[in-house]
Ligand binder design. Structure first.
Ligand code: ADP
Ligand code: MG
Length: 393
């Protein structure tokens, strides 16, 4: 994914106005009819069409004329909207190099006005192989599918809410700073993902700490669900930080036991292999072994004193509803393997080429335009409900 922030610098007020109009139209259109974009943006003298051309050139929108003439946002377009909002809010002032790429996110360094480096995570739920989508297109037509926009935004909101709640409860997680659209800004963790660490001074201690965290999470009513060497960061002092929370579930989830055991198993396996830790598993028939193994016996889900409800309480406070959770669960359980990207975007999003900018490359201080009037115009003239959405149940 090429995040060329220079382009962002040269985009005009009108460009952002039209880009925002496309975003608004996407609340109830997968492809937003050109006239609707024009009405929402309400630029003078057909200005919208000229701007759309420019947005198209920079791959911020995608043109689709299969059913009617229309546009939709690309990931890049959505990225720009979120980044601009963050910059306007003063959360950061520039975007730097990419530091991580996951199946469902891209992570960049960003810098504040005073030079502090932070981490920005752009969620990409629904980013998948176009080939997989192609082969499933017919099937997709009959399936209730949520837009990637909606899912990515939910994932970001959930991650932000969890990170905050976990930090408040004393867990070692990054400091969650802000969230907009599919974008979460957090403190930069000093250190490396455990998967890159070949040697530890105290592997036993680190192991105990990590297993202790899985147990403590469960005591708080939570299961990470992706607790592995990629989502555990470790610094030079062997201090552990947990990251990556969009898939967390409550201990009352119907598969809770399985998720918990899987998280635990991942850690046992990794430490066994990488650091040669051997674990005395409790053998039912040997009392001696049982005594010896007391210290390192695997935590069992059923014997943990769990306080379910933490999740619901903390999330409700953040605006992430039960229904949002249900929609995300449904998406994840259905395999999350269907996206709605075009060839262009597929190619763009699979490239992890990023233009590295120095930290003052991007300075955008304009205030965002209100698009109330255009929105109203679009509503009246087309009879569309701009507020409600068929994609955002
Ligand atoms: P994904 O959901 O795509 O796996 P992660 O949140 O796990 O996304 O982030 C992917 C990678 O980006 C991590 O493995 C880590 O290397 C890096 N990363 C993520 N968040 C931070 C952070 N706050 N500080 C430093 N590096 C980070
Ligand atoms: Mg991860």
């Amino acid at each position: 994914m090429k995040l060329d922030v220079d382009v962002l610098r040269y985009l005009s007020k009108e460009d952002f106005r039209v880009l925002t109009a496309v975003e608004m139209g996407m609340r109830n259109h997968e492809i937003v009819p050109s006239e609707l974009v024009d009405r929402i943006a309400s630029l003078k003298h057909g200005g919208t069409y000229k701007v759309l051309k420019n947005l198209l050139k920079h791959k911020l929108v995608h043109h689709d004329s299969s059913k009617y003439d229309g546009f939709r946002l690309t990931y890049l377009g959505y990225d720009f909207l979120a980044i601009k909002t963050m910059v306007n809010r003063g959360v950061f002032a520039s975007v730097g190099r990419q530091i991580g790429v996951g199946k469902e996110s891209d992570i960049f360094e960003v810098a504040t006005e005073d030079g502090t480096i932070l981490a920005m995570k752009l969620h990409r739920l629904g980013r998948v192989s176009f080939r997989a989508v192609k082969s499933k297109r017919d099937y997709l037509r009959h399936r209730r599918s949520y837009s990637w926009l909606y899912l990515s935004r939910l994932a970001a909101l959930k991650e932000f809410a969890f990170m905050k709640a976990l930090e408040d409860n004393g867990f070692p997680v990054p400091n969650a700073l802000d969230c907009n659209r599919h974008c979460v800004v957090m403190s930069l963790v000093q250190g490396y993902p455990l998967v890159q660490v070949k040697e530890l001074q105290n592997p036993e201690m680190v192991f105990e700490t990590i297993i202790g965290l899985v147990v403590r999470l469960a005591e708080h009513g939570l299961i990470h669900c992706d607790f592995n060497e990629f989502n555990i960061m470790i610094d030079d002092d062997e201090k552990v930080t947990i990251i990556d929370f969009p898939q967390m579930v409550s201990v009352s989830h119907h598969n809770a036991q399985m998720y918990f055991d899987r998280d635990v198993e991942c850690i046992y396996k990794f430490f066994g292999k990488r650091f040669n830790l051997s674990f005395e598993e409790q053998a039912d028939h040997s009392e001696v072994a049982e005594e010896d193994a007391e210290e390192s016996s695997r935590p069992s889900f059923s014997s943990i004193n769990k306080t379910a409800g933490f999740l619901d309480k903390e999330l409700a406070a953040s605006g992430f509803t039960r229904k949002d959770q249900a929609n995300m669960d449904q998406f994840i359980e259905e395999g999350s393997n269907e996206g709605i990207l075009s060839d262009d975007e597929e190619n763009a999003s699979n490239l992890t080429e990023v233009i590295v900018r120095d930290t003052d490359a991007l300075h955008l201080t304009e205030q965002p335009e209100q698009i109330q009037e255009g929105e109203r115009a679009g509503k009246e003239e087309t009879g569309q409900r701009v507020e409600a959405s068929s994609h955002e149940p």
